[in-house]
Structures are given as structure tokens and as C-alpha cells.
Design a binder for this molecule. Sequence first.
Ligand code: ATP
Ligand code: MG
Length: 758
Amino acid sequence: FARRAPDYLAGLNAEQRLAVETTDGPLLVLAGAGTGKTRVLTTRIAHILNTNRAWPSQILSVTFTNKAAREMKERIEKLVPRLEAMPWMGTFHSIGARIMRQHAGLLGLTSAFTILDTDDQVRLIKQLLSAEGIDEKRWPAKLFASMMDGWKNKGLLPKDVSPADSGSYAGGRGAKLYADYQARLKTLNAADFGDLLLECIRLFRENPDVLAEYHRKFKYMLVDEYQDSNTAQYLWLQLLAQGRAANEANICVVGDDDQSIYGWRGAEVDNILRFEKDFPGAKVIKLERNYRSTSNILKAASNLIAFNEGRLGKTLQTDVGEKGEPVSVTQVWDSEEEARTVGEEIEQFHRAGESLNSMAILVRASFQMREFEERFITLGVNYRVVGGPRFYERKEIRDAIAYLRVVAQPADDLALDRIINTPKRGLGDSTVQLLHGAARAARVPLLSAIRMLVETEELKPKQRTTLRSLVSQFDDWAFHAQNLPPFELVEKILEESGYIDMLSADKSLESEGRKENLKELSRSMEEFDTLGGFLEHIALVMDRDSPEAKDAVTIMTLHGAKGLEFDTVFLTGWEDGTFPSQRSMDESGRAGLEEERRLAYVGITRGRKRVRISAAQNRRIHGLWQSAIPSRFLDELPADVVEVKDTGSAYGGYGYGGRGASRFDKSDPFDSVYETPGWQRARAQQANRRGPGPLTIDGELVARSVDIGSGSAYGMGERVFHLKFGYGAVVAIEGNKLTIEFEKAGRKKVLDSFIKKG
Ligand code: ATP
Ligand code: MG
């Protein structure tokens, strides 16, 4: 070798090194997971700095998350001695905001402008709707907010949107509302999230001198995760790259078309596919060596993603040099057993000396997190939830619990205060203050004060009516609390208080997630006989505010895990309807399902040493068992790297079928019990309690049997099995409640639907 490579280049393979040293001219690095794309970008920045090609401030580097930017900074500090400043690094949004602040005057703002969050945004839209006399019930503000986000993601200003683009929203007035909204933001000296790119684009287009300033400034541009950039981000980059002829632009983008998972948020995988057209003469470098995962893991991932059509196609070879453990697939009885099994394995690995930091549980939807959190609390294992609050800290869960607290304990003023105007009941701050004042004066709880006040003339008639009905609702709920099981009570309260309607009216994906979380809450209450028992459990769980633990298992969504890696990855809930999501399966065309499959690919490729997949055979929804069908993605894993495990309690066998047959048990032994509206559900539950046999509702066969595992008719002394308490014998029967003398757990009262014949 003619020259010895500097240390920071020494570890790279030939292609990676080429990508680092090809500093000038457009460059696309297109490569599969774990091939070192992010590492190449980081090293490239170090190389540009170490060879004095540019000052730090002349480098622009875009990452997908702020966390990724922080990690990149730390690495660069190590690779570049005597670093005096940092390159411009951050997400598209954070860099956009920085540019906007420097030229705020040109955008009709001051440099101290506020960045609005989604709640602010919706509040503002509501004001505009009411000013225009548009009925918000008919034309929800959230719906308009997501329409506007769509336009902003596409880089469309109000002048680019025609009345037809807003469809029938508010009778075709969407385009005008958009213009009004943008004007209003200016008077508020504010920008919303989408503006951080859109207004930047406007700045560049309307002020060529400003754009020219950035052309002179940024000598090198780098973008990670380019496959998930949207149109506005694309336009923004194109504008900045125009400082040079397209074939001389020093722009380097890296990405993987198989990891494009934000299509639902406007990302355009085409951006990466057309890079060579946008920048003629661009060099394309492929990295094929994977430094992250064992060959078994890679083989599973590659096989699965091959089921997608319209891929660029890439080869991946492991550099890890070991086949490693097989990818395991465990069919468990239900999500509780899933949490127990995962918890046990984590404890085993931990005892064997592996750190908790090296393990992650990846879920498709956040409602799946709760069961794991509770398990870890029981086991005393540290965990962190990334990208969102812990389950019981979520707003909707706290709201629901606040209702329950007032029902159980009418003097709980804090709880009442939380939900007195949620959903909105027209009780503003001044009214609430008045109520509190009266309570203090009379030295009684808030609810008692309200009872007194509604008999007086202190309040406006409308508020009096509202409060009177709220009080009687609480009385009614308190009455029902005595005989309804807690999980039914919470459903009743959420329905009758208008809470569910509030979420339904709000058409965002976020509120769909909130509804799912509330269902999960009710599910979690099924094991409690009394409201008091449940609330005590909650109080104990919530009290444990563990400070940010140093060593902790990570629980996060698959979407949040992009770009990360862990020694051991648990991929949970691989059932059709959970993953792939019901939404993607209902969609016509394959786009939705293909995006889910890419998400599965992202999930598997996060694992370095071990990937553990689990699928529950049953999901319990509203007290009824639903048999779940194993995810179609399981059949797309190559048999020779997969090990199917049996926990012993899952129903039936796996029937490793012959050629072409599914390896996973998809026979639906009891038929599905379809989710039915409230009244039907109540009747189904009654039928459920009466015992096995066909369930009919109004003469229509709903299911051949609804009572998986219970059989219901138990005799005294009979041996039974309970998932949590193990084996035991029946010692007393009281309707659907049985008292069991468990061999290990002692005497417990359980519901018959929770046990099987032993
Ligand atoms: P993803 O597609 O998941 O974002 P990636 O292509 O960005 O993955 P990196 O995260 O950069 O991949 O690298 C994956 C792992 O491989 C990291 O732990 C990285 O440090 C390591 N790695 C990359 N290149 C090399 C190399 N030449 N020698 C040793 N380890 C490497
Ligand atoms: Mg990466």
C-alpha cells in the first residue's frame, strides 16, 4: 500500500471507503440494513473535516431523528481531533427552523416566532371555522389539519391549492381556509410544524439572494434515511443543491428502499429512485456486507422482503461470520403469556451476563406495550418506553382513571378537576374557579359543592343543566359500580360521558390509537372483581416513577426503531390484524401490506444476535376470546432458519404441514367471535357464562363456541389450569366465579372464562 490510511478510515471495507472518499459530485449509497450507511455518513463528515475540504459550518447533515443527530455528533467528536465547531446537523425540521429564524423578517415573522404543536394548531383552526360560520361537528378541525399537513408535505402554498383540492370539505372552502390560516399564523408570530419546511422553501424561492447565500455556504450536503423523505423535503434539498450544476453538486444521500416505512405520512420512496435522474452522472455505491446481524437473521429478513414487488433488489451478506441462533417463533396462548415468556427470557439472558440495554421489545402499536410494562414492574426489571409516555401516563388513560376515581371516591377533587370539562361541556376556567371557590367556602368536596350550586341561581342556566346531568351521571355510575364488573363499568362511562364520541369525531390516526389504548385499559381490568381493587393496583403501578435507569430494556414501536440495533430483539404480536395491521389488510391493492412487510424487515434487521418472534393464539376482547390467526409474515420466513417453539399452554399443535401448507396453525378451532355492539356483547357474555355450545344472537349463528378453554360446567373437586396460577382443584362454585385451591398459588377466586380443564 502506497499510503497508510488514517485511523478513522482503517476499519472500512473497500466500498465503504470509496463512499467516504468520493467527496465531490453527487453520490447515492443504496444498501440494505446494517451495511454501514450511517457509519459511512459519519466517517465522510470526519474525512471532509480532516482533509480540510470545508469548515464545520459549511457542512449540512440531515438525520431522521434528533437522537440520531446527537449520536453522530458524539462520533465525530471522537474522529476529528481539535474540532472547533459542529456541522449543521439535525432533522429537516430543526434545520428548517434554524434557517427561518435567521430570515424571519422576510417571512413576516420575528426571530422569536413560536412553533405550534398539534393541539395549538387545532385550536386555531377551530377559531377560523367558527369565524366563518362553518359547523365544526360536520367538518372536524382535525380533518382539516391533516389535509393541510398533506399539502404542506407536498410543498404546496395556499396559492398552489385550488378549491377542488379540498374536495367537499366545508363546501369547497378548504383552499380559502388554508390561506386564512397561514395569514393568522403570521399575526400570531407563529409557524406550525409543516411550515418549518414549507416557509423555508418559500423563503428560498422568493429571495434568490438568500438562497445564493446558502449556496455559497453549504459546500457539502449529506442525508441519512433518504427513502423516507417527503416531497417538501425533496424540494428543499433540490433548492439548496442548485448552487452548482447538477453533476457537480456535493450531495450524498444514503438509504434503503426496503426500509421505507413512512408512506402514510407522505414519504416518497421514489425520491431515492430518481436521484440519478436529478443529478446526472451521480455515482452509485452499493454496500453488500452486513456488519450487524448473524446469517440466520439476515436470511430470515431477506426471504421475507423478497415477497414485495417493485424492489430495486439488493444482496446482503453477513460479515458476522456465524450462523448464530435460529430465529425463534413462539406461539403463546395470549398476550399475557407472551409478556410472561418474554420476561422470563430477558431474565435468563440478564442472569447470564447480558445487559438490559442490549435487549428491545418492538411492537406494532402502542397498546401492546402495557402488558410488558406490567410484567417488568412485577419482575422488578428496569425498562424504558421510547417515543411515548408509559401506558398509565397517557392522557386518555389518565382521563379514564380520573372518571373511575370520582365514581369510587366522590371526594377526589383532583380527579374531578381533571375531567370536569373533558370532553368539552362548556365549563370554562371561570366557572370551574367558581365551583372551587364554593367548595372551599363550604369546606366540602367539589362534587358536593356542585350538588348545592345547581340548586341555586349562582350559575348560568345552561351550565346548571350541564352540571346537573353530570352529577346524575356520576350517581348512576356509582350505582352500577356495585354490580357491573369494572371493565364493563369503564366502557359504560367512556360511552356515556361522550369521551369515545370526542375521540371518534377527531379523525386523526392519533385518536384511533387513543381508542385502542382505552380498549386495552378495559381489557386489563377484566381480571379485577371490584373497582376498588383495580384502583389500588393502578395507584401502586403509577407510583413507581422509576428515574431514567442506566440499564433498562427498551420498549418501542417498530417505526421508532429505524436505524437502531440491539443484541436481542423481541418482535411481538405477529398476528394478522395486529401485524400486519387490520387497516393495511382491508386496503385494496398491495401498497399497505408491502409497507407493513418493510416494517417487518426493519424489525428483524434490528437484531444482532437473536430475534425472537411471538404470536398469540387468542386475543381477549371485551371478555370474549377471539382466536387470532398467525401473521402471514411468519409463512414468509425460510424454514431452515426458523425454530418453532411451544410454550405448552398454546392451544393445539402446530402441524408442520406438508409442502405448501402453512407451518403455523391457522385452523380456527372455534371460529372467531365477531366484535359486536354493546347490547349484543352483553348478551353474548351471558351466553358465554351459560357454557359452551353455539352462540346465536337473534337467531343468527355468531360462533360455534365462544368459550375457548373454559367449558364452563366444572364440578366440585375438578382439576383445572389457570394461566397465571397454574393447576388447582375447584372448591366452590358461585355462578361464573369459581374458588380454586391452587397447588402453588393457594386459594383464589377466578372467573370461569380464565381457566381450562386441567
Ligand atoms: P440501517 O439500514 O439499519 O440504518 P446502516 O446501513 O445505517 O443500517 P450502520 O448502523 O451504519 O448501518 O452500521 C451497522 C453496524 O455495523 C454498526 O454497529 C456499525 O458500527 C457496524 N459497522 C459498519 N461498518 C463496519 C465495518 N466496516 N467494520 C465493522 N463494523 C462496521
Ligand atoms: Mg442507518
